[in-house]
Design a protein. Structure first.
Length: 289
């Protein structure tokens, strides 16, 4: 395996980050997870746009421009001889002192990994995912904007631990007002009376790239889709529920807190969107070259 590290492709065993890197010491940095299918990187521009926006939001100056970063992603994939897989692109504050101040970090660290990923077992895509509500609440906008895809994922990890201890495939996270924000790593959608509804970003959700693709596909198909605050009641009583994410893609939810969603089977709207999504991922994107 070849890893891109600060402008060079190096063997995996040589891809090392300093123990004084603020990304390790404080979770100070940003990242993106990006998928590529059949020799094309899906929504690369959108992922890079979010990466640079996240960096600006935390006053992190990425030392290369977006064009060079795009080439670095493609170069890393090519170096590993892959046509299908997952890219993890990380930018940290870089090596510095043990103090909090980023002024001690003169140069950010950039590394890119191209590998395979399988977030959920295949049977969950066929039969649906069981989800539980977590006690861990989503971090409020006033503390750290969920729009920033930062390296500090402890909030999500604690919720994921709860879900796994409960024997569920995912954990539903609420905000401090009790509204649905998102799952530990995925955005949430419900189908209610022919309409598709997803919590607004203001509820504590990340502006997911796959989430945006679902909005595009639904509108092209003439399906009413909108952002609205939803509660667990709306999922309990929904006709369908599904999650979206770069690694997860689109996966149906058939149970929340031991309550079946509708008849406990993936619904027709979810299936229709999934088929369209698979078509898009295999026919569009930035060619790896």
């Amino acid at each position: 395996m070849k890893i891109y590290l600060n402008g060079k492709l190096v063997p995996r065993e040589e891809a090392c980050v300093s123990v004084f890197d603020h990304g390790l010491l404080y979770g100070d940095g940003v990242f993106e997870g990006i998928r590529f299918y059949a020799g094309r990187v899906f929504r690369l521009d959108e992922h890079l746009e979010r990466l640079y926006r996240s960096a600006r939001a935390i006053a992190l100056n990425i030392p290369i421009d977006r064009g060079a970063m795009s080439l670095a992603v493609l170069e890393t994939i090519r170096a590993n001889g892959m046509t299908d897989g997952y890219v993890r692109l990380v930018v940290t504050r870089g090596e510095g002192s043990l103090g909090l101040s980023p002024k001690s970090c003169p140069q950010p660290t950039i590394f890119i990994i191209a590998a395979g990923i399988s977030l959920y077992p295949e049977e969950m895509y066929t039969h649906g995912l069981k989800v539980v509500t977590c006690g861990t609440r989503r971090i409020a906008h006033g503390a750290l904007s969920p729009m920033v895809k930062s390296l500090n994922y402890l909030n999500n990890i604690m919720a994921k631990i709860e879900a796994e201890q409960a024997g569920a495939g995912e954990g539903l996270m609420l905000n401090e007002q009790g509204y649905v924000a998102e799952c530990t790593g995925d955005n949430v959608f419900v189908v209610l009376g022919g309409r598709i509804v997803s919590p607004p970003i203001a509820a504590g959700a990340l502006a997911g790239v796959t989430r945006a693709v679902v909005f595009e596909m639904a509108r092209e198909a003439g399906i009413d889709i909108r952002e609205e605050n939803i509660t667990r009641y709306d999922i309990y009583t929904a006709d369908e529920c599904f999650l979206t994410g770069t690694a997860a893609e689109i996966i149906p939810v058939v149970e929340l807190d031991a309550r079946l969603v509708h008849d406990g089977k993936p619904g027709p709207v979810t299936k229709r969107l999934t088929e369209k999504f698979h078509e898009l991922t295999r026919t569009t994107g930035t060619p790896i070259g």
